[in-house]
Design a protein around this ligand. Structure first.
Ligand code: AKB
Length: 343
C-alpha cells in the first residue's frame, strides 16, 4: 500500500468570522497541528500564522474542495461559514446556497475523506436558536427554557437552513446511502450545538439578529449613539464567545459513546435588552443608548426562545460556561472592549 502523502489536518470554514478567530487561537494553543483555514476574505494575519495554510475561497467552489480532498487527510471539520439571520432575509436564495448547499459539499467531503483514511471525520456544525419558532410573545413566556425537541418551526431562511442541515448531518452520520450494498454510514461523526446569541470582545457581529447586544456595547465603548432595534423588555439567551468555543471543543473531544444526541442546546445567561443597556451604561455612563424597534427584526427575536434547556449538553460533554452574566460583562467584555477602543 502506497504511503499516504497527504497531511492529517483540521479544516475550518468561515475562519475569518467571529467564532473562527477564537477557535483557531484555542486550537493553536492546544497544539492542534495543520489547521486549514478557508474564508471568502483573506484570513487576518493575527490568526493566519497559526494555520498550516489558508485559502481565500468559496465553500461552493467544488474545485477548491477537490484540491483540499487531494492534498489533505482531513480528520475534523469545523464548518463555521454561514450567512446569518438578518443578512439571509435580504438574500434568501443566496443564503440557501451558502448555508445548505455549502454544508452538503462539506458533508460529502467528509464522507469521501473517511472512505480514504478509514476513520470517521468529526464534523462540528454550529446550529442556532434560530431553528426555534415560538408563535407569540405569550407562548414564548409560557415556554420558558425550551428543549431541543420543541418548537422547531423557524420563521427565517437562516433558521430553516440550520434545521435542515441538522437533519442532513444526521442523515450523513447514520443513514447515508442506506440502500446501497456497500452502504457506509458512520463515516461522518456529526456533532452540533445550537448557539444562542454570541458576544465577542474581539470582533463586531455582522448580519445577525442577536447583534443588538454586542452592537450596543461596541457603540458605547466608541462613544457612538446606538438605537436598539428590539424593545427593552425582549429577552433571548446569550453567551460570551470564549464559552461558545470551549463548548465546541468539549463536544469535539467527548467520546462518541457519551453523546446521547447529535444536536445540543447550550445556554449561559439571558438578559433583556434593557438589562444589557443598564450594564453598558454603568460601564460607559456617557453612552447614548435608545430604542427604535424594527418590528420585522423584533418579530424574529420574539420567535426565538427566552431561554434554553441545556441539561443534555451539561450531562453528555460537560458544558459549563465560565462566564455568567456578571462575569461576562465585568471580567471579559467590558475590560477587553475598553482596551480595544482606547488604543
Ligand atoms: C443571528 O443572530 O443570526 C445569530 C444566531 C442567533 O444564530 N447570531
Amino acid at each position: 500500500m502506497t504511503q499516504s502523502i497527504r497531511t492529517p489536518a483540521t479544516l475550518i470554514t468561515g475562519a475569518n468570522g467571529e467564532m473562527g478567530h477564537g477557535l483557531i487561537e484555542r486550537l493553536a494553543q492546544e497544539g492542534t497541528q495543520n489547521i486549514i483555514a478557508i474564508d471568502v476574505r483573506p484570513v487576518d494575519e493575527s490568526i493566519r500564522r497559526m494555520c498550516a495554510t489558508s485559502h481565500v475561497g468559496d465553500i461552493l467552489d467544488s474545485r477548491l474542495l477537490e484540491r483540499l480532498q487531494s492534498e489533505y487527510e482531513i480528520h475534523a471539520i469545523y464548518h463555521l461559514a454561514a450567512l446569518l439571520s438578518t443578512r439571509a432575509e435580504f438574500t434568501p436564495e443566496a443564503a440557501h446556497r451558502v448555508n445548505v448547499e455549502g454544508t452538503m459539499l462539506l458533508l460529502k467531503l467528509a464522507i469521501e475523506q473517511s472512505r480514504w483514511h478509514g476513520n470517521p471525520v468529526k464534523f462540528l456544525f454550529p446550529s442556532s436558536i434560530a431553528v426555534y419558532g415560538l408563535p407569540s410573545v405569550a407562548a414564548k413566556e409560557k415556554a420558558g427554557k425550551v428543549g431541543e425537541d420543541e418548537w422547531t418551526m423557524p420563521i427565517t431562511m437562516y433558521g430553516c437552513n440550520k434545521l435542515y442541515c441538522e437533519h442532513l448531518g444526521r442523515y450523513y452520520a447514520m443513514h447515508y446511502r442506506q440502500l446501497a450494498a456497500d452502504a457506509d454510514a458512520g463515516g461522518v461523526d456529526f456533532r452540533s450545538i445550537r448557539f444562542p446569541g454570541l458576544i465577542s470582545a474581539m470582533t463586531v457581529p455582522s448580519g445577525g439578529t442577536s447583534d443588538y447586544a454586542p452592537e450596543m456595547l461596541h457603540a458605547a465603548a466608541q462613544g457612538k449613539p446606538y438605537a436598539s432595534f428590539v424593545r427593552e423588555d425582549r429577552r433571548i439567551p446569550f453567551m460570551a464567545m470564549p464559552d461558545a468555543i470551549a463548548a465546541l471543543l468539549k463536544l469535539q473531544a467527548a467520546p462518541r459513546k457519551n453523546l446521547s444526541r447529535l444536536i445540543y442546546n447550550i445556554g449561559a445567561f439571558n438578559p433583556s435588552a434593557e438589562e444589557i443597556r443598564t450594564i453598558v451604561l454603568r460601564a460607559f455612563p456617557k453612552a447614548e443608548i435608545t430604542y427604535r424597534p424594527d418590528d420585522k427584526r423584533q418579530r424574529i427575536v420574539d420567535s426565538w426562545p427566552a431561554d434554553v434547556n441545556d441539561d443534555a449538553a451539561r450531562r453528555d460533554f460537560g458544558h459549563a460556561p465560565e462566564y455568567n452574566q456578571a462575569r461576562a460583562f465585568d471580567e471579559y467584555l467590558i475590560p477587553v472592549i475598553r482596551r480595544r477602543y482606547a488604543s
